[in-house]
Design a protein around this ligand. Sequence first.
Ligand code: HMG
Ligand code: MG
Length: 296
Amino acid sequence: ILPKNVTIIEVGPRDGLQNEKNHVDEKAKLEFIRSLQTAGIKEMELTSFVSPKWVPQMADAKNIVEKAEKIGRQIVLAPNEKGADLAIEAGAESIAVFVGVSNTFNKKNINRSTVESMDALEPVIAKLKNDGIFVRACISTAFYCPYEGKIEKEEVIDLCNRFVSMGVDELSVADTIGMANPVESYELFKLLKERFSEVLLTAHFHDTRKMAIANIFAALQVGIDRFDTSAGGLGGCPFAPGATGNVATEDVVHMLASLGIETGIDVEKICEAVGMIAPHVSHPIETGMYKLYNNR
Ligand code: HMG
Ligand code: MG
């Protein structure tokens, strides 16, 4: 039995733009965010408070958080205490921390081992929860790592366990480089759903090998009803070689609608948002629904 309603967490302004070679100006980012909200997006990753030396595209995080209209749950990423402090200072109410199951990936991404990152995040998360902040934990390389290969399910469960015991509100479990297949999606999310019923459970698929939609359908079958998606299929982690965009919001919402699953999101208006950001990115946008929209 498939869920009747699904929540889409739009990650375009963050995951989508962080990997963009062109500098996208603040005004365009804010307009993109606004048009996604107009399309019905209620949960969104706006930006990330990371080192501007590592990810120059996110250097305007403070202005984005301060200027974006507050609609629904607006999430910002923070890799460490400094990022969390800056996010709170800017007025963020929901913060996403992120750690890779793969130690090698974690080092490339945030310059610490996975255990070091977890140890450092423990007091940060405790403080955030004490201050009433919504905390989302993003689990990268939950299926495959570009450096270490296949990741064991037990390792993912262990990391999730530790985050849940720290009091996070949400786990977003990611196929960072888009290598998972639908059986792997089904099996991991079935386990996670059984183990972590006390938190929000979200699936984050990149579409590198065009399997993300199939992986989402597999996760739906075990009752997963929250998906991270990116308008225009933008995205990718700069420290995960081979990772391309996230699965496209417009294509996922379209599939869900065709299955009779409610998201509250207007596909046409998502395509308008894509059309708005398209001239600002360095590559053509060729998702299924956006192409249809352009050829109407
Ligand atoms: P580091 O060089 O080890 O940092 O980088 P450090 O603690 O040694 O500090 C060095 C300098 O950076 C200091 O400044 C700090 O103040 C500053 P200095 O004294 O040299 O002037 N600094 C910061 N500045 C701004 N914001 C901060 C911050 N922290 C320290 N938060 C660090 C460690 C984590 C900072 C760095 O590695 C980094 O910023 N990494 C970001 C990587 C990233 O953004 N990756 C993409 C997001 S994750 C993703 O896309 C995956 C996901 O989508 C799920 C999936 O698909 O898998 C979520
Ligand atoms: Mg990602």
